[in-house]
Write a protein that binds this ligand. Structure first.
Ligand code: C5P
Length: 218
């Protein structure tokens, strides 16, 4: 059947990852979590102790042996011999990921790798902050998934199961958005990008709205 590239961007807590993964399953497509790549780079640079040296960060990324599964039913992130699938989700990584994400040379390396990954699959859902605008502006369907700051903070709280104070949580969500938005604008849809607002939608309704938008754009 036909080739299909779906690009999804959005802020943290928009439900982007779980919804994109579910859509990939339903479409029989591969799933590329580009946030996991930035997280893996952050983990690797911290592990190498080079986070505070931009040139060493770039060198570490060039040497990095990163294996990322694109099977939506099997999330795996491996660097060298270390399986870091769980480690990259830790708050300590979320706190430092913007150090590598704001490094232009790192972004160029990762964008090139993401484009190659997209080209290598007949059907793929790719998700992140700059997929609709930079990585795959010619995708068959492009969607910006948003939600109000309140909804995103509440979802993050539910994910973490009450382990974090409300004010720390709001700071984690809006603080990371603020850092991220210095690199790419993922809050306003660029020309031709469909907007799906999940503030009032549960996961299933969000998936339905996204699938309808994908059909509409094709
Ligand atoms: O999506 P997730 O929250 O896992 O992304 C982690 C971080 O990776 C983001 O906060 C952002 O700094 C960075 N990122 C990015 N560009 C992307 C995807 C993620 O800069 N396409």
């Amino acid at each position: 059947s036909q080739r299909l590239v779906v690009a999804v961007d959005g802020p943290s807590g928009s439900g982007k990852s779980s919804v994109s993964r579910a859509i990939a399953r339903r479409l029989g497509a591969a799933y590329l979590d580009t946030g996991a790549m930035y997280r893996a780079v952050a983990w690797h640079c911290r592990h190498q102790g080079v986070l505070d040296d931009p040139d060493a960060v770039v060198a570490a990324v060039q040497d990095m042996d990163l294996v990322l599964s694109v099977d939506p039913d099997h999330e795996r992130v491996v660097v060298g011999t270390d399986d870091i699938t769980e480690a990259i989700r830790e708050p300590g990584i979320s706190a430092v990921v913007s150090v590598v994400a704001t490094n232009r040379a790192v972004r160029e390396l990762l964008v090139a790798r993401q484009r190659a990954e997209i080209d290598a699959h007949r059907k793929i859902v790719a998700e992140g902050r700059d997929i609709t605008t930079v990585v795959a502006p010619d995708a068959d369907a492009r969607i910006l998934l948003t939600a109000s700051a309140e909804a995103r903070t509440a979802r993050r709280a539910a994910q973490l199961g009450g382990a974090v104070e409300a004010k720390d949580l709001a700071e984690q969500v809006s603080g990371r958005d603020a850092k991220d938005s210095t690199v790419v604008d993922f809050m306003t849809p660029s020309d031709g990008v469909g907007l799906v607002d999940s503030t009032e939608l549960d996961v299933e309704a969000t998936i339905e709205a996204m699938l309808a938008e994908i059909t509409r754009q094709q």
